[in-house]
Design a protein around this ligand. Structure first.
Ligand code: NAD
Length: 482
């Protein structure tokens, strides 16, 4: 069993309070016991970061490149072991866990290169004998707050750019999945990063997260999580003195359109992946399958046939397609929405049953509603479980209108054989990420990630666009005296 401590000023610190990290595939299996920090721990972490900032922010890009590369290389070299740990604590399948760890490694390698490329601009002035330079500088100390559903990839896509661009970090992972973050912190601590540059404070959102948000010396906070938490955080951030820069990545109600001319096999593959893989616990999961008249019935029957073959079991078992739900609270939320859907008059075409497996865990069979109207709560609110809904549309135009009729705008997909509809959808979808004949989830690590409307707030994450959040721009004028 792991004994997880906080990392503050380069030292591993115990905490008077600890919490168990429980395997959702087998609730008798305790992954580890992890420190639960408090506001005083955040204070110490921020003080360490503040002391480390002057030297780190001026460190050479060669040093930062080498450190980030070392971190990325080690993550990749240990991807099977770390993937197993991740799947054990989060419940996604082993293949998904290893894939996520590999992605985290690639992100560090990407930013090890990116820090060498951060360019500024030198421009002529509109005034005589004046030069103008526009450069990017680190923001200072950044607070990073992450959710439980991507225990290593989301921390990686915040920590890597933060360090690459010369910031110091106070990082708080989600309470439910501290082991992957702890393993990542351990790798970072051995990478040559100076003490205090990177600090890990595990604990509750309402305690550690809140202290990060309100800390005077923390200049910016990047958060990924639910809309309700994100909205409250943004209000606090602007009420702070001084005001904080804030970046929020939140929920989704991602549509996937299937048109009459779609390849049915591809459409079903995309829908099964989008709706149910990673137990539907992805912000980019599709919980609205919008299907046109001509293919609707064939699509529904092909989906329900495929769903019968999906194996829901222990995340670490060979042959498992879908692991457990993360915990009892999320399972209760999924079951609530199954009841709400039925009460609203939707038909539960398949799934939605609690399953008993060899070990005690939170197993739920993937569920598909049909006869769903886009105004129903199951079509408007994020469920965050293996529950999806088929919405019938007359034609492409109606499908597009339904797809855009949502308070969210993270990812949106279309399955079609038509170039005309595919290109029209790419232009007219009101989502930050658009997929053609691909699942709504599953993205590259070198390009921007984020959405519109209620899904995202602030600059994009990942790719070279990450510099927007993790740097601040300076415009310098100089009078040329010659
Ligand atoms: P959550 O909002 O409950 O928690 C997210 C993080 O915020 C956790 O670390 C939590 O401890 C912290 N937190 C909670 N209250 C806080 C407070 N008062 N002050 C400061 N921090 C606080 O979300 P979750 O249940 O962990 O994650 C699921 C949600 O995350 C879903 O809505 C999902 O769509 C979203 N998500 C979004 C993306 C994206 O990139 N858009 C990616 C993954 C997950």
């Amino acid at each position: 069993m792991i004994e997880g401590l906080n990392l503050i000023a380069g030292d591993w610190e115990a905490s008077s309070e600890t919490a168990a990290d429980i395997n959702p595939s087998n609730t008798g299996d305790i992954v580890g016991q992890f420190a639960r920090g408090d506001a005083a721990a955040v204070d110490r972490a921020a003080a360490a970061a503040k002391a480390a900032f002057p030297a780190w922010s001026r460190s050479t890009i060669q040093l930062r490149h080498d450190i980030l590369k070392r971190i990325g290389d080690e993550i990749l070299a240990r991807k099977e072991e770390l993937g197993r740990l991740l799947s054990r604590e989060e419940g996604k399948t082993l293949a998904e866990g290893i894939g996520e760890v590999a992605r985290a490694g690639q992100i560090f390698l990407f930013f090890s290169g990116e820090c060498l490329r951060l360019a500024g601009e030198k421009l002529p002035s509109v005034r005589p004998s004046v030069d103008v330079e526009v450069t990017r500088e680190p923001i200072g100390i950044v607070g990073l707050i992450t959710p439980w559903n991507f225990p290593i990839a989301i921390p990686a896509w915040k920590i890597a750019p933060a360090l690459a661009y010369g910031n110091c970090v106070v990082f708080k992972p989600a309470e439910l999945v501290p082991a992957s973050s702890h393993a990542l912190a351990e790798i970072i601590s051995r990478s040559g990063v100076p003490s205090g540059v990177f600090n890990l404070v595990m604990g509750k959102g309402s305690v550690v997260g809140d202290a990060i948000l309100k800390h005077r010396d923390i200049s910016a906070v990047s958060f990924t999580g639910s809309v309700a938490t994100g909205r409250a955080l943004a209000a606090t951030a602007v009420g702070c003195d001084p005001m904080k820069k804030i970046q929020l990545e939140m929920g989704g109600k991602n549509p996937m359109i299937v048109l009459d001319d779609a390849d049915l096999g591809i459409a079903v593959d995309c829908a099964i992946n989008s709706a149910f893989f990673s137990t539907g616990q992805r912000c980019t999961a599709s919980s609205r399958l919008i299907v046109t008249e001509g293919v609707h019935d064939r699509f529904v029957s092909a989906m329900t046939e495929r769903m019968k073959k999906l194996v829901v079991d222990d995340a670490l078992k060979d042959g498992t397609h879908i692991g457990p739900v993360i915990d009892q609270k999320q399972l209760d939320q999924d079951l609530d929405y199954l009841r709400i859907g039925r009460d609203e008059g939707a038909d539960l075409a398949a799934g939605g049953e609690i399953l008993n497996r060899e070990s005690p865990g939170f197993f739920l069979s993937p569920a598909l509603f049909t006869g769903v109207d886009n105004s129903m709560r199951i079509a408007r609110e994020e469920i965050f479980g293996p529950v999806s809904a088929v919405i019938r549309a007359k034609d492409y135009e109606e499908a597009l209108a339904l797809a855009n009729d949502t308070d969210f705008g993270l990812s949106a997909g279309i399955c079609t054989g038509s170039l005309k509809y595919a290109s029209h959808f790419k232009r007219n979808s009101e989502a930050g990420m658009v997929m053609v004949n691909l699942p709504t989830a599953g993205v590259d690590y070198h390009v921007p990630f984020g959405g519109r409307k209620g899904s995202s707030y602030g600059p994009r994450e990942q790719g070279s666009y990450a510099a927007e959040f993790y740097t601040t721009v300076k415009t310098a004028y100089s009078h040329n005296l010659n």
